[in-house]
Each structure stands twice: as structure tokens, then as C-alpha cells.
Ligand binder design. Structure first.
Ligand code: SAM
Length: 356
């Protein structure tokens, strides 16, 4: 055992502050989740200063809950407060991020990950002791909804207009009529967005989770896309070998795979000879020391409370959220891809790859 050295009082105080800050952050994420779900942020958007009663009326919510939420959000730094007038104000810049559902700048979806993932924290702690993990379906429909809310702004607004522009040949094929497979399609958003943008192409979405596939089928019906879109609840390995695709996409999925090399090999075999595998992954660096920032800390939380753990639950390697480009490339090459490129697409949270 190391000899006990004199503890630095200032450092202790700084760590105490850090612990309070982190716990406040966790609670603020919960308050933020409520603000998004109940429409509180939206009801304060563009209203300037408001008295508590005005927020109650604008939101139609229970007064005592609204009052406590307002006070909590003032302390968290999310609302401006005038003590003399007893008024609250949601700054326009924050409304831009949190009262902006269905835009590419909506950041409120992140809050929904906190309750969806921390719900399984006791089971995760048990898995630290016993091994195993928490299966995807054990997170329940709230997690499927949270993932959808987290990613939908990007898929709806950036996938076609920005991300795919990095692959002009692929866009040309999609315009002419291509066969597309989305692996780990979740609620089918990527497929529906692509199907709407490229009316001459046909689309298959595949996901192991039947609940997600049910929602994806609903989305296809609501968008009148069923003639060109199908969703299947199975793994790629189960697709007939003779089916091949011009474009295969995997968004926020590769790091979750329970048998990555086998699944990626099946993907590689189902690509037409000139086909492209387009991969979207969380933006993490290969070296831990380069992930020491708020997004890195958030991603390791996502990993322990979801990504790594649901892979381990299925006997997988638990690659985790923070794979980094080198590990991703090595995996792709193991699976038989011979070309691998990091695409020049700017994002705070995602990395983009093309493989053949
Ligand atoms: C993090 S979610 C992402 C969902 C969606 N692509 C999105 O970006 O919102 C990962 C998805 O991959 C699915 N998945 C994991 N392993 C799979 C496999 N081997 N085959 C098909 N889907 C898989 C999960 O069921 C889950 O829906």
C-alpha cells in the first residue's frame, strides 16, 4: 500500500465542487427532460420576462411543479431571473437549442437519454459484479423513443443535404434508382428520409429489435412509402445471400454489434461490387487522452449504461461508444473491406466513414 501523504485541502475542495457540479448536471438533465417533454421550454420561447403564473397559463401545467422547475432552472443557469420583479426568462439562444424540436439545432433530445439509460443503472452495477449486461429490449420503448429524439434532427435535416454530399457518386446512383439497406435502422427514420429524397430507389431497413421495426413500419405507412420500403426484424446474416445493395448504411450501430466481424462480413458480402458502406459513428478519438472533454465523458456514460452493456448482454465484445477511427478501420478490414475512408463531414458528435 502507498504511504498516506498529506492531502491537499484545496484539491479536496475543488473535487467537492466537481461532485456537486456533476450531480447538479444529472439533476439538470432530468429537469431539461421535463422541460422538453412537457413543452415548458416551448411555452417560454420568445415571451421575454414571465411571471410564474404566466408560465403556468402558457404551459397548462400544474402550478407547484412549474414553480419548482423554474427555480431549479434558474439555479442551473438555464433561465434568467429578476428578483425584484420575480420574473423568469428563457434566453433566445437557449430557446434556439431547446425549444426547436424538428430542427437540426435541437439539442433537447440529449436529455431524454438520461432517464432512458440511468433507469437500468442498478442492473448495470450488478453486471459489473456478475458479468453479462442489459439487453436492448430491457431498456424498453422509452429508450427507442430517446434514440429517435436524439438523432432525428440530424437525419431529417443533414443526412441528404449535407452528409451524403460527401459521396457524390452515391447520390447519383440514388437519383437513378438504387437498392439501399440500412442496418440497425431503429424507428426507420434514415430509411424514410432517404426514400422521400430518392423516389426511384428502394429501401430495406433491418433491426433486431421488433419494437423498433413496428414503429418503422408505422412511419413507412404514414409517409406512404410502403411500395418502396420494407422493414425486417432480423440480423443481416439472415438476409438471403443473393440480395445485394448499392448502398448499405449503418448509423450509430456498428459499435453496438454483438458479433461485429460476422455482421460486417455479411454486410460486405451483400454490397454490389461497386457498392458503398456508409457508416455514422459517435465522434471519439482512438486515444483516451484525446477524449478528455464533456462529449467524451457523456459518451463513456452512454457506453456503460447502454452501448457496451447491451453488446455484452448478447455475448458480444462490448466495443462501446468510443471506438475511434483506427479501431473502426481495423474492424472493417477484418470483415473483408479493402477500402476505408474517413469522410470530411463536420460534426461535434459524429464521425463518418465510407468502406468498400
Ligand atoms: C443506437 S441504435 C441506433 C438506431 C438508429 N440507427 C438511429 O441512429 O437512431 C442501434 C440499433 O442497432 C440495432 N442492432 C444492433 N445489432 C444489430 C444487428 N446485428 N442487426 C440489426 N440491428 C442491430 C439495435 O436493435 C438498435 O436499434
Amino acid at each position: 500500500m502507498r504511504a498516506m501523504k498529506t492531502l491537499d485541502r484545496e484539491k479536496i475542495n475543488a473535487y467537492v465542487e466537481q461532485i456537486f457540479k456533476d450531480m447538479a448536471g444529472a439533476m439538470t438533465a432530468g429537469l431539461g427532460y421535463v422541460g422538453v417533454q412537457t413543452g415548458l421550454f416551448r411555452s417560454m420561447q420568445g415571451q421575454g420576462t414571465m411571471r410564474m403564473q404566466q408560465v403556468v397559463e402558457a404551459s397548462g401545467l400544474q402550478p407547484r411543479y412549474v414553480e419548482e422547475w423554474l427555480k431549479g432552472m434558474v439555479c442551473a443557469g438555464y433561465l434568467d431571473y429578476d428578483p425584484e420583479q420575480a420574473t423568469y426568462e428563457l434566453p433566445d439562444e437557449l430557446a434556439f437549442l431547446l425549444a426547436s424540436d424538428d430542427t437540426d439545432h435541437f439539442a433537447g433530445g440529449m436529455f431524454s437519454m438520461a432517464p432512458a439509460l440511468l433507469k437500468v443503472a442498478p442492473q448495470v452495477a450488478e453486471a459489473f459484479r456478475q458479468g453479462g449486461g442489459v439487453r436492448f429490449d430491457q431498456f424498453g420503448p422509452e429508450c427507442v423513443a430517446a434514440l429517435d429524439l436524439l438523432n432525428r434532427g440530424n437525419y431529417d435535416h443533414k443526412l441528404v443535404k449535407y452528409w451524403l454530399q460527401a459521396l457524390p457518386d452515391v447520390v447519383k446512383k440514388l437519383e437513378g434508382g438504387a437498392a439501399v439497406l440500412d442496418v440497425g435502422c431503429g424507428t426507420g427514420r434514415v430509411v424514410c428520409v432517404l426514400a422521400k429524397a430518392f423516389p426511384h430507389s428502394s429501401f430495406t431497413g433491418i433491426d433486431l429489435d421488433p419494437n423498433s421495426i413496428e414503429q418503422a413500419n408505422q412511419a413507412a405507412e404514414e409517409n406512404n412509402l410502403t411500395s418502396r420500403v420494407r422493414f425486417i426484424s432480423q440480423s443481416v446474416e439472415q438476409l438471403p445471400e443473393e440480395e445485394s445493395f448499392n448502398l448499405i448504411t449503418a448509423c450509430d450501430c456498428v459499435h453496438d454489434l454483438a458479433d461485429p466481424v460476422s455482421t460486417l462480413t455479411s454486410i460486405q458480402r451483400r454490397l454490389k461490387s461497386d457498392g458503398t458502406f456508409f457508416v455514422v459513428e459517435p465522434k471519439a478519438a482512438d486515444r483516451l487522452e484525446d477524449n478528455r472533454h464533456s462529449v467524451g465523458a457523456m459518451f463513456y456514460g452512454y457506453s456503460v449504461f447502454h452501448c457496451m452493456t447491451q453488446s455484452l448482454a448478447n455475448g458480444g465484445p462490448g466495443l462501446g461508444t468510443c471506438m475511434g477511427p483506427q479501431q473502426t478501420e481495423a474492424l472493417m478490414r477484418d470483415a473483408g473491406f479493402t477500402e476505408f475512408a474517413i469522410l470530411d463531414i463536420k460534426s461535434r458528435v459524429n464521425l463518418f466513414y465510407a468502406a468498400r
